[in-house]
Design a protein around this ligand. Structure first.
Ligand code: FMN
Ligand code: NAG
Ligand code: NAG
Ligand code: NAG
Ligand code: NAG
Length: 400
């Protein structure tokens, strides 16, 4: 896709026409990130002018060329939001979820929005183009997205080059990498192994995520998951040990798992293995294939649903997984977070860190700094002095 110059000029001229020619005014406010200007003007124009995928591409290109406003340098230093996990330091718990910067093109630009970590990917071994367009749908009345991108990826080699190009001078934030599998692959485990081989010792990557969405064979699911997952995890952990990769490896799970599947995953994740091999954390959750009450006409599209309608489902999964793993491994919570209260709820449910994606596309670039500020206030209003004190305090209560 090479639509950048056209899109950019279409975008700017759209704005300019709407403002009666004040291009300088537009440019200055775009760049300064005037919050009101974005929320009442830029985001609506963006949504009216572009379909979901083009708007996404435009945002990536703006980030790539460092055209996004700088909220990072204006953010306060919130002492009660700092944490250290594994061997990484986080200024606050809000990160960007996988799927936004799939090809690792725009980490420095995106970090200007204030994220304390950014997850690149999913990246597949070989390049693949994904499903046919349209494949991204905005559900405006639900503040949600349905996507069936089908994992378009530039592939390991191109993503390695992209990361080297963009991060060699300065790596501004913690960077995770979400490893994917090619559609044509026979055994997914080989693709994750290839991912670890390609990126395991990259100085640009701080943690890894692999996906264990459940096999879509109704009826067979419960029996299969455990039999399938155990050798799968063993193989990945052995590869990691063989390659002497000490960075954390997390599993990302679907919100559509059955009770039995959750229990099985929890059991395998906390199981002790020889040589201290273990999974270091969970990302909870991916998008859902379920369709809770939705108001938008696009609700019937096939694909993974994210945003507001996913929020409580994912928060409940965080509670469950925190409880089932006895709080013994860190959880990155994702699903429908759009304000400080949402983030606070997920931390109390058992998440140590938070990721978001969909809300950014609705609320614009000031979102992270707003959430972080709200979260810091909520924590101190309730008499706590650090996020460590609140992680999981709602989990047991809810599960008993
Ligand atoms: C358009 C789109 C593309 C996504 N692509 C990926 C992906 O490639 N890999 C992945 O692990 N998750 C992907 N996700 C899922 C997000 O990382 C996240 O888990 C999910 O959207 C829930 O968070 P949210 O409600 O804040 O968006 C994607 C989500 C969206 C909306
Ligand atoms: C995630 O896992 C599911 C089930 O194994 C698979 O169908 C899907 O392609 C995987 N996604 C990626 C990005 O590898
Ligand atoms: C996430 O969920 C979607 C469906 O909701 C599925 O197609 C995909 O393979 C899952 N995994 C990843 C890594 O996105
Ligand atoms: C989600 O949970 C909150 C409380 O945590 C509740 O107030 C709200 O009604 C729930 N929303 C839905 C759609 O169930
Ligand atoms: C920033 C950057 O170099 N992006 C490149 C990442 O890789 C893809 C595929 O090779 C290129 O099209 C991008 O330009």
């Amino acid at each position: 896709m090479t639509c950048k110059p056209q899109l950019m000029s279409k975008f700017l001229s759209g704005l300019t026409i709407a403002l009666g020619g004040g291009a300088g005014f537009v440019a200055i406010n775009l760049y300064k990130g005037n919050e009101k200007f974005y929320n009442s003007f830029v985001m609506p124009v963006l949504h009216a002018t572009f379909d979901g995928e083009s708007a996404h591409r435009l945002a990536i290109n703006m980030a790539k060329y460092s055209l996004l406003p700088d909220f990072y340098s204006k953010m306060k230093d919130y002492k009660n939001l700092k944490s250290s996990l594994w061997t990484l330091e986080f200024n606050h718990p809000i990160g960007l979820a996988a799927g936004f910067d799939k090809d690792g093109e725009a980490v420095p630009g995106l970090s200007k929005l204030g994220f304390s970590f950014i997850e690149v990917g999913s990246v597949t071994p070989n390049p693949q183009s994904g499903n046919e367009k349209p494949r991204v749908f905005r559900l405006k009345n639900d503040e949600a997205i349905i996507n069936r991108y089908g994992f378009n990826s530039a592939g390991h080699e191109a993503v390695r080059e992209n990361l080297t190009k963009s991060l060699s001078n300065l790596k501004p934030t913690v960077v995770g990498l979400n490893l994917g599998k090619n559609k044509a692959s026979v055994d997914s485990v080989d693709d994750y192994v290839a991912g670890l081989e390609a990126f395991g010792n990259s100085k640009f990557i701080d943690y890894f995520v692999i996906n264990i969405s459940s096999p879509n064979t109704p009826g067979l699911r419960n029996i299969q998951l455990k039999n399938h997952l155990e050798p799968f995890l063993d193989k990945i952990l052995q590869t990691k040990a063989k390659l002497k990769i000490t960075k954390p490896l997390l599993l990302k799970i679907s919100p559509d798992l059955s009770e039995k599947e959750k229990e099985d995953i929890a059991e395998l994740v906390i199981k002790s293995r020889p040589n201290g091999l273990k999974i270091d954390g969970l990302v909870v959750t991916n998008t859902t294939v379920s369709r809770p009450d939705l108001k938008s006409p696009e609700a019937s599209e096939t694909g993974g649903l994210s945003g507001q309608p996913l929020k409580n489902l994912s928060t409940q999964m965080i509670r469950d997984m925190h409880f089932l793993t006895k709080g013994s491994i860190p959880i990155i919570g994702a699903g429908g977070v759009s304000d400080g209260k949402d983030a606070y709820e997920k931390l109390r449910a058992g998440a140590s860190l938070i990721q978001l994606y969909t809300a950014l596309t609705y609320r614009g670039p000031s979102l992270v700094s707003t959430i972080v500020d709200e979260l810091s206030h909520l924590i101190s209003e309730d008499g706590f002095s650090s996020i460590e004190e609140i992680i999981g305090i709602d989990a047991e209560k809810a599960t008993k």
